[in-house]
Design a protein around this ligand. Sequence first.
Ligand code: HEC
Ligand code: HEC
Length: 374
Amino acid sequence: MRSLLTLFPVLAIAASLAACDRGQEQSGPSGATPAPSQTSSAASDVKPAAAKKAFIDPEELKKLKVLPARMDSDTNPISDAKIKLGRMLYYETRLSKNHDVSCNSCHDLAAYGVDGKAFSPGHKGQLGGRSSPTSYNAGNHVAQFWDGRANTLEDQAKGPILNPVEMAMPDEKSVLAVVTSIKEYVDLFKEAFPDDKEPVSYDNLAKAIGAFERGLVTPSRFDKFLAGDEKALTDEEREGLAKYLSVGCQSCHDGEALGGTTYQKLGKMNAYADLKDFGRFDHTKKDGDKFFFRVPSLRNIAKTGPYYHDGSIATLDEAVNTMAWHQLGVKLKADEVKSIVTFLNALTGDLPTDYIKQPELPKSGPKTPKADPT
Ligand code: HEC
Ligand code: HEC
């Protein structure tokens, strides 16, 4: 076959085009694949180099999806009143024992939903054992947390408030004592849950936060590209996308968030040395789940380092390089890593600045429990 190809270059081109059509383009060195004809119209008015525009496999591209305007839920229908309350609670430090930690402390909405640290300081500066993932674009994930131990955002929101190293409230009752001591909050719960006999409840508090988080979406130029605007990505970003797809990153990082859809083994092709965190196993206790993690989203990934569940990887280049080797068994060249990173940068979206604006929070009432630094 190879000698035939050398003898008949025309055949070689035809053969590789056919391979492209079948979605089997191999991840050879860039430029080895002749430019397919699909770029001809777009390329006509551009400089000759553009004739070599990277081939993007349409079948593989289909695995990546446009972000929705918001991430709706059947069990927690979104309303303006819920969003308003949820936004306030997201920024509310009085939901923490010492009135000094809120969701926003570790998931800073102005900083793409992260705090930029490997581990996040909670109550009394204590550190947990995992890195804070972003709270953006998380609503449609198959489950929440690195190990997937909460099914929905609403389930998830109940955790950190009572977690002794995070917001450290002793129990649900103490949380509700804070909320009921502030008249504005009681009124807002009534507006947000008008049909409930007891509008102020821990479940409803979590639902309000969840409803707010369901609007935390960051569409980017990549969504325009997916929707058909070829020019939304630069040639370099397209090349990086082509590489991402031909190497196979989308086999795990797929869907609207480029991740969040499955649990996958860390070190699938080449094991990591010294992996201490058992991941999903901690939750399910099934041997087969050891070292499985819920695949993280790659939306805004350039802004959400350090990387991995333990924040052990400092740069995006290193993350991409490590991923290719351990997850896919592929050794990427430096320029291939750079190219994929160029694409990943195009996943940085627009922050919804109005939506995330910190609201004025109501003043404490006479019965509001005091901050407790112990
Ligand atoms: C002290 C830091 C800290 C605080 C405070 C905190 N979180 Fe987190 N958050 C984390 C860490 C760490 C994880 C990952 C833990 C794990 O996977 O085991 C996480 C996970 C999450 C996730 C899962 C995202 C995903 O993709 O899986 C969401 C959503 C989230 N937090 C929202 C919230 C909300 C809402 C609040 C406030 C009620 C909050 N967090 C308070 C540190 C914090
Ligand atoms: C077999 C599944 C799989 C494949 C293939 C895969 N990844 Fe991952 N990726 C994961 C998992 C699981 C994690 C979570 C790692 C952790 O928890 O430490 C991850 C994490 C990442 C992170 C860090 C995200 C964060 O928020 O810390 C980046 C960046 C990344 N992957 C990029 C890529 C790129 C680029 C490719 C293709 C070269 C790729 N991945 C291929 C499963 C995969």
